[in-house]
Design a protein around this ligand. Structure first.
Ligand SMILES: [Zn+2]
Length: 349
């Protein structure tokens, strides 16, 4: 693969070089050989970063996915010292309003992990994603599956330990579901101590800063301008709304369904009361906290999410994917550097 990259880069560069050399030939009256010689000695066009970077687009996107490799391919990459780090994507299988496939969070985390690994190719492998997360508060909506917190963290720990056994000493968990964020952060210090490695977790939406989002996302601009008039509208932005819908439109359009607010209202959904005892047991720890005056604001919030999803576009999704990919790739590169220098992780300051 690498051989092919450099050959193509060489030929494309050579073509440009010969063309400009030929033009120079007429202007200066020198022989062809002299022009080529003098230009070669003045600059080294073959070594420009642009050429190296173009080469990366020839990497087959599945190459960075651990589970798509054979044992031979993975072993040889490890033995050659090419694979220095792993990303473990974690997500959820949970309701994402009326229009997004339940796998949204897992799909987004895996996408960002894969894009970051391609950017850092061949240093990073993406481990098999964890498709379920900690999501009891979504259980009122049919289709949601949840793990207990301890099941989720035990699963992630076991994946980390497996990779560690294959001598991978740098691992970032890239999370796509808010409910997993706290349990992962909480577990990290103890896991680092136990495994003695460069280990961290990051939820990819951390890459998105409100100020930046307000430049191209309608809901964030309206928030900044003080035009999101209800608490439901101001707190319904992080789930199934403009951000996630845009990302799926850009990366996986077959996981997005069309809808209208008329259809939404006709469905007369109720997420505030009349739950079965089983569902009530899942919701109970959350109904006690965070709801003003003990009221369950879910119906209004659910509707606000649906409204804000209407702002989503494929172009916004592409921009969001680029921001998140850069953020995660930078983090993994810093972690690899830290492992190689024998420096402690997390970084100080
Ligand atoms: Zn989500």
């Amino acid at each position: 693969m690498n051989h092919e990259i450099s050959r193509r880069a060489w030929f494309s560069c050579l073509k440009t070089f010969v063309t400009s050399g030929a033009a120079g030939l007429v202007a200066t009256g020198l022989s062809r050989n002299e022009v080529v010689f003098s230009q070669t000695s003045q600059s080294t066009p073959l070594a420009t970063p642009t050429i190296e970077w173009t080469g990366h687009s020839y990497v087959h996107p599945q190459k960075v996915l651990l589970w798509e490799n054979t044992r031979k391919e993975f072993r040889e990459a490890l033995e050659a010292g090419k694979v220095k780090a792993a990303i473990i994507p974690t997500g959820s299988t949970e309701q994402h309003n009326e229009h997004l496939a339940l796998i949204c969070d897992t799909a987004c985390a895996t996408l960002i992990a894969q894009q970051a690994a391609l950017r850092l190719y061949p240093q990073v492998t993406v481990a098999t994603p964890c498709p379920l997360g900690y999501a009891p508060y979504h259980m009122a909506r049919k289709g949601t599956l949840t793990l207990r917190k301890e099941t989720f963290t035990a699963y992630v720990y076991d994946v980390i330990q497996s990779l560690r056994a294959h001598d991978i000493r740098t691992i970032l968990v890239v999370n796509g579901h808010n409910g997993n964020h706290g349990p992962l952060l909480e577990a990290m210090p103890e896991w680092r101590k136990k495994l003695g490695m460069t280990l961290d977790s990051e939820t990819y939406v951390t890459a998105f800063k409100e100020e930046e989002l307000a430049k191209f996302l309608t809901s964030y601009r309206l928030l900044r301008e003080g035009k999101l008039d209800t608490l439901a509208r101001r707190t319904g932005m992080s789930h199934a709304s403009e951000v996630e819908t845009s990302i799926l439109m850009a990366a996986y359009p077959d996981r997005v369904r069309s809808f209208t607010m008329e259809e939404y209202d006709q469905a007369k959904l109720n997420y505030e009361s009349e739950f079965s005892p089983e569902v009530e047991a899942y919701l109970e720890p959350f109904t006690k906290q965070g709801w003003p005056k003990g009221e369950n604001p879910e119906n209004a919030r659910d509707r606000a999410r649906q409204e804000q999803a209407l702002f989503a576009t494929k172009e916004k999704g592409e921009r969001l994917i680029t921001i998140a990919t850069q953020f995660i790739a930078d983090r993994v590169q810093r972690m690899i550097d830290s492992t190689e220098k024998g420096a402690p992780w997390p970084e100080k300051g």
